[in-house]
Design a binder for this molecule. Structure first.
Ligand code: BES
Ligand code: ZN
Ligand code: ZN
Length: 482
C-alpha cells in the first residue's frame, strides 16, 4: 500500500471519517440526520457505510493512538470487502498540534488491518486497496506540518511492513517453513537491510554443546539452526540482546499434544519470527543502538530418535536438565540460545520473546503478553513501550516458592514444575537459571503465547499471526536511544 499526502478528490476513493467521543455534531460529519436515523452511536470500532457519498464512518472513544489504531484497522478490513474502491481518503486527526500519536495509530491501523495471508489461496483475490491519500485538513483545525506528517507516515510504514512480514513468516505452514527456511529468511533480510548474519548449522551447534536444543531437534527430519542477526551502528550508547523461540512446529514430542491443541502450533515460531521483523525495522529506522537478535529454530517431533521424558540433558551452560515433559521444549531451546547469546555479546539489556506456555494465556487472556524478570529497569521499559505501542502486557511476579518447584532429584533442574499451578511463572523461572549472575537484572522474559496467534480478529489484528512483540520491542529500542 502506498501513502500520499494529497488534497484533491480522487475517483473510486472511499473517505474514512472518525467520529470521536460520540461527537456526531462535528463539521466532518455530513450526514448527521442519516447517522441518527440508522441508530449509529459512534461506539469504539462501530462502522457505518454511506455508499451514496462514498464515506465510511468509524467510532473512536478517545484521542488515544491505540483507539485510532483499532478503529482504522476495522475500517480497512471493511473497506477491503468493498471492491469498488481502490483507495482510502482520510483527513488528519490531532488533539494537540505537536501530538502525532493518533496519526501514527491511524496509519499503522490501516496497514495492519488491511493484511491478509493469501499465499495458499488458489484463486487469490487481488488487493483492491492500493493507496491511502491523506489530506491536511485537520479535525481540530490544527496546522499539521507536512514534514512532520511525512516522518510519521514513513515510520508507520516501516513498522507495519515489519509486522506484516513477521505475520507472513508465522502464517507459513510448517512443512514450508522449517528451521533452514527461517535461516534463509534471516539471511535474505540481512542482505536487504545491511545486517550482519551468522547461521549455526547442526555441526556448529554440536560444537557449541547445545545439548538441550539438540535433544528437542533430534526426531525431526529438519535439522535445527541458530540464527544471529546484528545491527551495529557506530558510536552507540547501548547494546541489547534479543532472543526468540523459533519452534517451526511443536507437536509436543513424545508428550504428544492432543489434536485440538496441535493445530496453530506453526505459530510456535512467533518469537523468533518477531526477532527477524524487529531487526528489519530497526535497521530501516536507522536506530542508533546496537542490537543482536538470536533465534533458536527447531522442530519438535516424535519418532524413534525422539528425546524422552526421563532423559537428562546437558545444556550448553553445563547445567543438567531432567526432562519430565517433552512439550516443555521452548525453554530447553531458549536455555541454550540464551547461554550462547550471553557468551557472544556483553549487553545492557536482554529480552526474550516466546510462545512459552498455555498457562500464560489462562492467566492473562488472549490479548496480553506476560512480562517476567528480576530487574525493575527492563520491566519499566517494557511497560512504557507497551503503552506507546498499544501491545498489551502485564507482569507475572516471580517468587522463591515457585522457583523451588523446579527441583530435580537426579539432575540440576527439571524442565517442568511439580505443581500444575503458576505454569507461566515457573517457565520464566526455569529460563532465569540460564541467565548469568551479572545479567540477572538486565533480563526480561516476554511470554507472547496469548496474542501471537489470533483465532477471531480483534483490534488491529486479522485472523492468524499478529506479529506480537514487534511493535513492543521496536518502541522500547527507540526509547533507549532517547
Ligand atoms: N508452545 C507451547 C505453549 C503454547 C500453548 C503456545 C498454547 C501457544 C498456545 C509450549 O511449548 C508448551 O507446550 N507448553 C506446555 C508446558 C507444559 C508441558 C508445562 C503447556 O503450556 O502446556
Ligand atoms: Zn510444547
Ligand atoms: Zn512450544
Amino acid at each position: 500500500m502506498e501513502i500520499k499526502i494529497n488534497e484533491r478528490k480522487i475517483k473510486n476513493s472511499l473517505e474514512v471519517i472518525f467520529i470521536i467521543k460520540k461527537n456526531l455534531q462535528h463539521p466532518f460529519i455530513k450526514e448527521k440526520a442519516l447517522l441518527k436515523k440508522m441508530g449509529f452511536k459512534g461506539e469504539q470500532d462501530e462502522i457505518f457505510f454511506d455508499p451514496h457519498n462514498d464515506r465510511l464512518y468509524v467510532g473512536v472513544t478517545s484521542f488515544e493512538h491505540s483507539d485510532f489504531r483499532s478503529a482504522a484497522a476495522v475500517a480497512a478490513r471493511d473497506a477491503r470487502t468493498k471492491e469498488h474502491y481502490n483507495s482510502l481518503r482520510i483527513a488528519t486527526y490531532t488533539q494537540k498540534k505537536s501530538d502525532m500519536g493518533s496519526m501514527q495509530g491511524i496509519i499503522e491501523g490501516l496497514l495492519l488491518g488491511n493484511y491478509s495471508f493469501t499465499t495458499y489461496k488458489s484463486k487469490s483475490k487481488k488487493d483492491t486497496l492500493k493507496k491511502i491519500y491523506i489530506s491536511q485538513k485537520d479535525y481540530s483545525k490544527n496546522i499539521v506540518a507536512k514534514k512532520e506528517l511525512e516522518r510519521v507516515i514513513n515510520e508507520a510504514m516501516i513498522l507495519a511492513e515489519a509486522v506484516n512480514k513477521t505475520r507472513d513468516i508465522i502464517n507459513t505452514p510448517p512443512d514450508d517453513c522449517y528451521p533452514k527456511i527461517l535461516a534463509d529468511i534471516a539471511k535474505d533480510t540481512a542482505k536487504k537491510c545491511n545486517l550482519e548474519c551468522t547461521i549455526l548449522e547442526q555441526k556448529e551447534i554440536k560444537k557449541e554443546n547445545m545439548g538441550a536444543l539438540l535433544a528437542v531437534a533430534r526426531a525431526s527430519r529438519h535439522e535445527p539452526r541458530v540464527i544471529h542477526l546484528a545491527h551495529t551502528p557506530k558510536n552507540v550508547k547501548k547494546k541489547v540482546i534479543l532472543v526468540g523461540k523459533g519452534l517451526t512446529y511443536d507437536s509436543g514430542g513424545l508428550s504428544l499434544k492432543p489434536s485440538d491443541f496441535m493445530t496453530t502450533m506453526k505459530s510456535d515460531k512467533s518469537g523468533g519470527s518477531a526477532i527477524i521483523g524487529i531487526m528489519q525495522a530497526i535497521s530501516k529506522l536507522n536506530l542508533p543502538i546496537e542490537v543482536h537478535g538470536f533465534v533458536g529454530a527447531v522442530e519438535n517431533m516424535i519418532g524413534g530418535d525422539a528425546y524422552k521424558p526421563d532423559d537428562v540433558l546437558i545444556s550448553k551452560s553445563g547445567k543438567t536438565i531432567e526432562v519430565k515433559n517433552t512439550d516443555a521444549e521452548g525453554r530447553l531451546v531458549l536455555a541454550d540460545v540464551l547461554t550462547y547469546a550471553q557468551q557472544e555479546v556483553k549487553a545492557d539489556y536482554i529480552f526474550d520473546l516466546a510462545t512459552l506456555t498455555g498457562a500464560c494465556v489462562v492467566a492473562l487472556g488472549e490479548y496480553t503478553s506476560g512480562i517476567m524478570g528480576f530487574g525493575e529497569r527492563p520491566k519499566k521499559l517494557l511497560k512504557k513501550a507497551s503503552l506507546k505501542s498499544g501491545e498489551m502486557s502485564a507482569e507475572l511476579p516471580f517468587n522463591r516458592h515457585l522457583a523451588k518447584l523446579l527441583k530435580s532429584e537426579i539432575a540440576d533442574i527439571c524442565n517442568i514444575s511439580s505443581s500444575r499451578y503458576g505454569g507461566a511463572i515457573t517457565a520464566g523461572l526455569f529460563l532465569s537459571n540460564f541467565i548469568e549472575e551479572k545479567n540477572k537484572n538486565k533480563w526480561c522474559h516476554i511470554d507472547i503465547a496469548g496474542p501471537a496467534f489470533v483465532q477471531h480478529a480483534w483490534g488491529e489484528n486479522p485472523y492468524g499471526a499478529s506479529g506480537a512483540g514487534v511493535r513492543l520491542i521496536v518502541s522500547l529500542l527507540k526509547d533507549l536511544t532517547r
